[in-house]
Design a protein around this ligand. Structure first.
Ligand code: C2E
Ligand code: MG
Ligand code: MG
Ligand code: MG
Length: 279
C-alpha cells in the first residue's frame, strides 16, 4: 500500500513539476518580444527624505501588461528573464529608459536634480558589458552619473564576487552610486561593505513591516542605520506604509524612505508632477 501511495505520490509530483516547467516555458515565450509589442513599461516609485517627505528620486520598476493575464509583477517574471537570458535585453532597456526619464525630470522640475535607482540582476553583473552600457545611457541622456543609482542584491554579489567587485569599482569610479537592495535578508551583508564600494543600502521591507510590534526588528533597523552612518553610507527604509513607521524611522535618523505611505509606483509623467509640486 505504501508502495502504491509512493508511486501515486511520485506521479503526482512529476505532473506538478511538468506544470511548473510548462508554465515557465510558456512565460518565457510570452516575455520574448513583450517589449517590442509595447507590453513592458517602467514605473517609478518616489523615494523621499524621512524628515519631511521631500521627494529626492525614484526607483525604476518593470511592469508587464499581459494581454490576457493583466499586470504581472517582476517578482513573477524576473527569474524567468534571468534564467532564459532575456534579461540581457530587458536590463539595458530599463536602464536607457530610466536615464532618459530622469534627465527629463532634471530639465523640467527645478531644484536639485532627482536621482533614479535601477535594479541590476546577478546575470548583468556577470557580464563585463555593464559599465559600457551605463556609460552609453548616461552619454545619450545627459544624466549626470551621480544621479544614477544601481541597486544590487547580495545574491548578485555572491554569485561572482571578484567580477562583481571589479565592475562595481569601475562604475563607482565613474560617479555612479552603488546601493545594496533588500539589505538584511542575505547571509553576509556586512562583509560586502568591505569589498564593494557601497554608497547606500535599502533596509528590506520585512524589517519595516513589523518594527512597531517586534522590538528585535526595531533594534536591528536601528543598528543597521547606526552602522551605515558610521561608514558614511546612506540608508533607505523600504516598504514604509504607515505614518507611525515613518515617525519611528525619523527617530532613528534613517535618511530616506520608500513605500506606499510616500507613494505607489507612478508613470514617468506622474512622477515629474510630484517632483514639480515640491516646495
Ligand atoms: P525591489 O527592488 O525590492 O522593489 C521594491 C518592491 O516592493 C516593488 O515591487 C514595489 O512595488 C514594492 N513596494 C514598494 N513599496 C511597498 C510598500 O509600501 N509595501 C509593500 N508591501 N510593497 C511595496 P515590484 O515592483 O513588484 O518589484 C519586485 C522586485 O522585482 C523588485 O524588488 C526587484 O527586485 C525586481 N525588479 C523590478 N524591476 C526590475 C528591473 O528593472 N530589473 C531587475 N533586474 N529587477 C527588477
Ligand atoms: Mg530595488
Ligand atoms: Mg528592495
Ligand atoms: Mg524587497
Amino acid at each position: 500500500q505504501a508502495k502504491s501511495a509512493g508511486k501515486n505520490g511520485f506521479r503526482f509530483y512529476s505532473r506538478a513539476m511538468d506544470h511548473a516547467v510548462e508554465r515557465r516555458a510558456h512565460m518565457e515565450q510570452e516575455l520574448r518580444g513583450a517589449w517590442e509589442r509595447g507590453e513592458v513599461s517602467v514605473v517609478y516609485q518616489p523615494i523621499g527624505r524621512t524628515s519631511d517627505g521631500r521627494i529626492l528620486g525614484a526607483e525604476a520598476l518593470l511592469r508587464w501588461q499581459h494581454p490576457e493575464l493583466g499586470t504581472i509583477s517582476p517578482a513573477a517574471f524576473i527569474d524567468v528573464a534571468e534564467q532564459s537570458g532575456l534579461i540581457d535585453q530587458l536590463g539595458p532597456r530599463v536602464l536607457r529608459q530610466a536615464c532618459q526619464d530622469a534627465a527629463h525630470w532634471a530639465r523640467e522640475c527645478g531644484g536639485e536634480p532627482p536621482f533614479v535607482s535601477v535594479n541590476v540582476s546577478p546575470r548583468q553583473l556577470r557580464h563585463g558589458e555593464l559599465p559600457g552600457i551605463v556609460a552609453e545611457c548616461l552619454a545619450e541622456s545627459g544624466l549626470p552619473a551621480g544621479c544614477l543609482h544601481l541597486e544590487l542584491t547580495e545574491t548578485a554579489l555572491i554569485s561572482d564576487e571578484l567580477q562583481a567587485g571589479v565592475l562595481l569599482t569601475r562604475l563607482h569610479g565613474s560617479g555612479v552610486k552603488v546601493w545594496l537592495d533588500d539589505f538584511g535578508t542575505g547571509f553576509s551583508g556586512l562583509s560586502h561593505l568591505r569589498r564593494v564600494p557601497v554608497d547606500g543600502l535599502k533596509i528590506d521591507r520585512s524589517f519595516i513591516a513589523d518594527m512597531q510590534r517586534d522590538p528585535d526588528d526595531l533594534a536591528l533597523t536601528s543598528a543597521i542605520v547606526a552602522m551605515a552612518h558610521s561608514l558614511g553610507i546612506t540608508v533607505v527604509a523600504e516598504g514604509v506604509e504607515k505614518q507611525a513607521q515613518r515617525d519611528l524611522l525619523a527617530g532613528l535618523g534613517c535618511d530616506l524612505i520608500q513605500g506606499y505611505w510616500l507613494g505607489h509606483p507612478l508613470a514617468a509623467g506622474e512622477l515629474l508632477a510630484r517632483l514639480s509640486a515640491r516646495s
